[in-house]
Design a binder for this molecule. Sequence first.
Ligand code: F6R
Length: 231
Amino acid sequence: MIHEVIGDRLMAAARAADLFIEKSSMNPQAPVGLATGSTMDGVYQHLEQRGFLPESSDAFALDDYKGLAEGSENSYFTELSKNFAARLGWSGRLHVPGHGPYAGSHGLALFEQTHLELGPVSIQLLGIGTNGHIAFNEPGAAFDSITREVELHPQTRQDNARFFADPSQVPTHAYSQGLATINRASSLVLLALGERKKPAVLQALESPGPLTPLAALLDHSDLTLITDFQL
Ligand code: F6R
């Protein structure tokens, strides 16, 4: 693992965007792996500023909520359609667990199979939750997990309540790539911004185990961790 500390939040996001450009350009036909959430905003903003248009015709999302209305502002399909596809002028296929052909348990199996067949993704962007979740693999998720329905941890629902009109509207369940799915990427870039993320990162590095999902990725041959705090 390579760890880079970049004290400025915007510059840290810009560094992740630069790695996205570098890694995806090394294998332009391969699909790319996207993440959502506040941390990723800066990454997609920077890609737009650089005028970067991914050559790949396929992009895989890490996860999405279960049970939101079609077109909901809070769905990660909507977020990526706006923040990635529309922003960059990219018109490829966006594969999102639980969405379109990937709805239902057959759909989740199809997502996993499509990810296998079209992959590996050249680069997978990752954030981390304050409780250490990676995608929606909450603490305790199996290291060999694949795409499936998951129950959200109360901490995750509390953290993400800021995006919803009322905390009771935060879904209780979601669909998520598993830790084994994520590990298939040719490269991983994990961006952890803000002191609130520090305990989760530290715990995974100092006492890796079943309760620290990041530990599942630490043996990956091309993992870059970017933080805006010292460890
Ligand atoms: C989103 C995802 C999540 C987020 C994490 C951090 O696709 O997979 O694991 O990366 O919840 O979210 P923010 O950046 O909003 O703190």
